[in-house]
Design a protein around this ligand. Structure first.
Ligand SMILES: Cc1cc2nc3c(=O)[nH]c(=O)nc-3n(C[C@H](O)[C@H](O)[C@H](O)COP(=O)(O)O)c2cc1C
Length: 538
């Protein structure tokens, strides 16, 4: 006898068939390249999720417009040049038999663009800085705490511009064009992100929409943007192609969206033919409040609200929100609160959640502890990870993300004409001997008084040593820059700019007194270089 008969039951979302009731709810990963393309780690991440046994995987938060960008690591779907990567992503999910969905979004007033737009020119004064500080304290890392506070302050300082009526039409057309690309890329469905306080919610909420035209004021007017958007997207992809919606049921901020109005919007979307409603609650402004944190700590905290939606609409309802165990998921389905469960963090914590549920009755699932670590990372545009992964998995993942970004074999060798620097070159030549896939930059920070002959000679000797060890001549580049701030700082700037995975530097033989007073260049590089290996050769 099956232990979780409802969880295992298939479901049709015409024309698709989902193999079971476990879906991967969208979770922004900050894994796209800085240009917004699909990256290797992103393919690996979503491939693993699709392989987990979940019947449907939603890829989170692809931008319909760079002006609505939430992170320099956002995936983009606003141009055809992103199609090749998106095709590979859809394929990586479908290859494992899961239904592939791409969620499309515009950040509106939350966007980190130069010219953020929104229904009304309303800043983010309600952001709970104290709450951000409190949540940052869960991290032991002071750098991270400060970075989170700085993010909070930046959110606070953002003031969007109100969209004109013509611009509203243009934004909707961007969603439509993006949806067309989703279909072209081979995804099975497209999902409009109508939650977490993003642009559709900003129009729907009486708190953030103060317009006096046909998009503001009455409920009818505030729903208009979302409903027109849905129609535009559905028209763009054609009637037979399923369009789902993420829908925020409550804003949890005074004066914000309340359940009664959200239920009306749910009904309207269902009447228009939405493929499913994936329900959630809260925005950036609410999620750090003590009261909301208390509420969202409870397992299955959205099940009751989802149930109300389910009683009002005939389309499939997906519910997320700390559905920690298969037992709880089964109960939610049995009670008729939803048709599908959405797992965002639980599936991040343990991508084997579905497999363990289906074959082992849920034994051995690594539970999400609601620590906020994943959210902190993506807020800082760092690749998503779970603090509770076993150390081996964590290290492997971080290194894979780093390798995609800063390949270990992209090497900077700092040269200053000294014997110590040439020792570094010799060491690197031995370590890398014979490699054909290495790229080396010989880098020198030029001071005004440096004798040019000495440097020229150092470059020639270094180059010869490397070539003699079997490295291809074409793999070696020279680069000199004039000293701007100080040698160490200039090297650090080059490391950051060039995306080097390995840095080689000789330690100069300073006297102890000089080292104590001024610090050595190598010491400063070691202390301040981030996300790369530094070989100091003595
Ligand atoms: C790090 C993080 C990123 C998220 N990104 C998205 C997103 O891009 N789109 C979205 O609709 N919801 C997003 N969510 C919300 C989740 O889909 C989900 O509704 C919420 O985390 C509660 O479900 P869970 O307990 O299964 O994680 C995100 C949540 C987290 C923690």
């Amino acid at each position: 006898m099956q232990r979780f008969p409802r969880l295992c039951a298939p479901l049709e979302i015409a024309p698709l068939r989902l193999a079971n009731r476990v879906t991967r709810a969208p979770l922004f990963t900050a894994l796209a390249t800085v240009e917004g393309h699909v990256s290797g780690p992103m393919l690996a991440h979503y491939g693993e999720l699709a392989h987990s046994g979940a019947s449907m995987v939603v890829v989170a938060n692809a931008l319909v417009d760079p002006a609505g960008s939430l992170s320099p690591r956002s995936l983009r779907v606003d141009h055809d040049r992103f199609l090749p990567g998106l095709k590979r992503l859809a394929q990586a999910i479908r290859a494992h038999g899961a239904v592939s969905v791409l969620q499309i979004n515009h950040g509106g007033r939350y966007a980190r663009s130069r010219d953020p737009v929104a229904p009304s020119a309303m800043g983010l004064g309600d952001i709970n800085l104290l709450g951000i500080w409190r949540s940052s304290l869960q991290s032991q890392d002071l750098d991270r705490q400060l970075a989170l506070m700085s993010e909070g302050l930046q959110l606070l300082s953002r003031l969007p511009r109100a969209l004109s009526a013509e611009e509203i039409g243009a934004v909707q057309r961007r969603y439509a064009a993006a949806a067309r690309r989703v279909r072209q890329a081979g995804f099975d469905m497209v999902e409009i992100h109508g939650a977490n306080g993003y642009l559709p919610v900003q129009f729907f909420s009486p708190r953030t929409n103060h317009r006096r035209d046909r998009y503001g004021g009455s409920l009818e007017n505030r729903m208009r943007f979302f409903l027109e958007l849905f129609d535009a997207v559905q028209d763009a992809v054609g009637r037979g192609f399923p369009v789902g919606c993420r829908l925020m049921l409550e804003e949890w901020v005074p004066g914000g969206v309340e359940l009664a109005e959200a239920l009306v919007l749910a009904e309207r979307l269902a009447q228009r033919g939405v493929a499913y409603l994936s329900v959630t609650a809260g925005t950036y402004e609410s999620s750090w409040s003590v009261e909301v944190r208390k509420r969202t700590r409870r397992v299955g905290f959205l099940a009751a609200a989802a149930h109300l939606v389910k009683q009002r609409v005939a389309v499939p309802v997906i519910v997320a929100g700390r559905i920690a165990t298969p037992k709880l998921a089964e109960r939610i389905l049995r009670d008729g609160a939803a048709d599908l469960v959405g797992l965002a963090r639980p599936l991040l914590a343990d991508p084997q959640w579905p497999a363990k549920a289906f074959s082992g009755g849920g034994q051995g699932i690594r539970l999400c502890r609601d620590c906020g670590g994943c959210f902190q990372r993506v807020l800082l545009s760092q690749p998503v990870a779970c603090r509770h992964w076993p150390p081996g998995r964590h290290a492997e993942w971080v290194l894979m993300c780093r390798e995609a970004e800063k390949p270990a074999l992209k090497v900077l060798i700092a040269l200053d004409g000294s014997r110590d620097a040439l020792l570094g070159v010799g060491y690197a030549a031995r370590m890398l001997a014979g490699r054909k896939d290495v790229r080396i930059t010989l880098f020198h920070v030029r001071a005004n008084d440096a004798p040019l002959e000495v440097i020229r000679e150092a470059f020639a000797v270094a180059r010869r040593q490397l070539i003699d060890s079997g490295l291809p001549e074409t793999a070696i580049t020279d680069r000199q820059v004039a000293r701007k701030v100080g040698t160490a700082r200039d090297i650090l700037e080059e490391i950051r700019r060039g995306g080097y995975g390995t840095v080689v530097i000789g330690r100069r033989g300073l006297t102890r007194a000089k080292q104590f007073l001024f610090g050595s260049v190598s010491q400063k590089v070691v202390q301040n270089a981030r996300e790369c290996a530094v070989w100091v050769v003595d």
